[in-house]
Design a protein around this ligand. Structure first.
Ligand code: PLP
Length: 443
């Protein structure tokens, strides 16, 4: 008997009792490798002494001070730290408590920006199918996850969706990756023209696609063209790096590898590494300036904005990442993870694609490699893989609906940045066994 409304009613969840490094131990004493950092959150693993010490020290000094009365030293220091390493043009930070809140705030900032500029007729957001931006109503509306949206559709703000950059399924045989990216960019431009360029607020996209599509990486030049199109029409570019950002792909921000900077960017998850709930919007100077010279405020707010404990956790996490040179480690171990996945699955009959960047990798499962035919969704292959992996002491992040919200299965991995070679080998070995066992049970 439980009084907690769990994610899956009736499912018996093991009780997480303790955690250290890349392991979580349950109440029966069984250890699980946290190969997915929860949901791409625990970038430093669990129980990091430096982060815990910083949080304890913060609590001893100051627990909470509402942001309508005070600022805090720790929020200011974290703000300085994030801006010192932010993409070009970003000048300010708005702290919230998670990814959905960050996306909500970014959407409202974008709308207010145009109101301040005397363009109140701008009302459209364009985003991509097979994306995920969070579960609150605004974030759910821009998200392109059909399954998540369906029953709430009557409550969602109108959003236009264009194709994701999904090379494995979207690129034609006769197309180069660059030509594919160009085709997608033209699709966005056509959508902007159809709506009327002066009615569009922003284009919203995950730089590297996360949980819904399974680590889909942009083709070369795609985001450069997107940036150019947004600029030409005076439209803001909002990047959602809640999952792929803060070092996960091997650079602090995934957009660094695309050679572009957004006007607004949502970050969370790895920002605080799971030690406390925290997210943020990185705000471009032009948006900040419009607020500063206009109404003088961003019309928004929550009780826990800039919570000192969460800021202390995030500041400590970011300092450890830099001190221990963990971004280089992510690049190196990410390559090993990709190599091991290729070694194990490149000739697997039911793995159609292996993709991702840094310590953010996924495999897409298919019934038939040649035709890319997915498994029957009724088989719930993704759920079986998760169950088989848990039985083997491995936490993975499988999802169904990879292709269109209903069809397709993938398994994502997002291990902590501190992962070593032996752990990577164990992760891939256990995943291989879990996939084979899950598929054997379907045939
Ligand atoms: C890309 C992306 N945006 C937004 C969110 C929502 O973040 P949260 O669950 O912290 O609200 C997520 C969560 O998985 C995400 O992956």
């Amino acid at each position: 008997m439980t009084h907690v409304l769990h994610r899956q009613i009736g499912h018996r969840y093991p009780v997480a009792e303790s955690a250290r490094g890349i392991f979580i131990r349950d109440a029966d004493g069984k250890d699980y490798i946290d190969a997915t950092g929860g949901a791409a959150v625990s970038c430093l693993g669990h129980g990091h002494p430096d982060v815990i010490a910083a949080m304890k020290a913060q609590l001893d000094r100051l627990d909470y001070a509402h942001t309508s009365f005070f600022t805090t030293r720790v929020a200011e220091e974290l703000g300085d730290d994030l801006i010192a390493h932010a993409p070009k043009g970003i000048s300010h930070v708005y702290f919230v408590s998670g990814g959905s809140e960050a996306v909500e705030a970014a959407l409202k900032m974008a709308r207010q920006y145009f109101v301040e500029k005397g363009e109140p007729q701008r009302r459209h957001f364009i985003a991509r199918r097979q994306s995920y931006h969070g579960n609150t109503l605004g974030a759910l509306a821009v998200g392109g996850n059909e399954w998540r949206r369906r029953q709430f559709a009557p409550l969602l703000i109108e959003t236009q969706h264009v194709s994701p950059c999904y090379e494995y399924r979207g690129k034609r045989e006769d197309e180069t990756p660059e030509a594919y990216g160009e085709r997608l960019a033209r699709e966005l431009e056509a959508k902007i023209e159809e709506l009327g360029p002066d009615t569009v607020i922003a284009f919203v996209a995950e730089t590297v696609g996360g949980a819904t599509s399974g680590c889909i990486t942009p083709v070369p030049g795609y985001f450069k063209r997107i940036r150019e199109i947004c600029d030409r029409h005076g439209i803001l570019l909002i990047l959602d790096e809640v999952m792929c950002g803060m070092g996960r792909t091997g650079t602090l921000h995934a957009c660094e590898q695309e050679g572009i900077a957004p006007d607004l960017m949502a970050i969370a998850k790895g920002l605080g590494g799971g030690y406390a709930p925290i997210g943020a919007v990185l705000v471009g100077a032009k948006v900040f300036d419009a607020f500063a010279t206009g109404s003088g405020l961003f019309q928004h707010g929550h009780t826990y904005l800039g919570h000192p404990l969460a800021c202390a956790a995030a500041l400590a996490v970011q300092r450890v990442i830099r001190r221990d040179n963990l971004l280089a480690h992510v690049r190196m171990k990410g390559q090993r993870l990709k190599d091991r996945l290729r070694h194990r699955f490149a000739n697997h009959h039911h793995v159609g694609d292996i993709r991702g960047r840094g310590l953010f990798q996924a495999i897409e499962l298919v019934a038939d490699r040649a035709s890319k035919e997915p498994f029957d969704p009724k088989l719930k292959v993704h759920a079986r893989v998760k169950q088989e992996a848990m039985a083997r002491g491995l936490m993975t992040y499988p999802m169904g609906g990879t292709i269109d919200g209903a069809r397709g299965d993938h398994v994502m991995l997002a291990p902590p940045f501190i992962v070593d070679d032996a752990a990577i080998d164990a992760i891939v070995e256990r995943l291989g066994d879990a996939v084979d066992a899950a598929l054997a049970a379907t045939s």
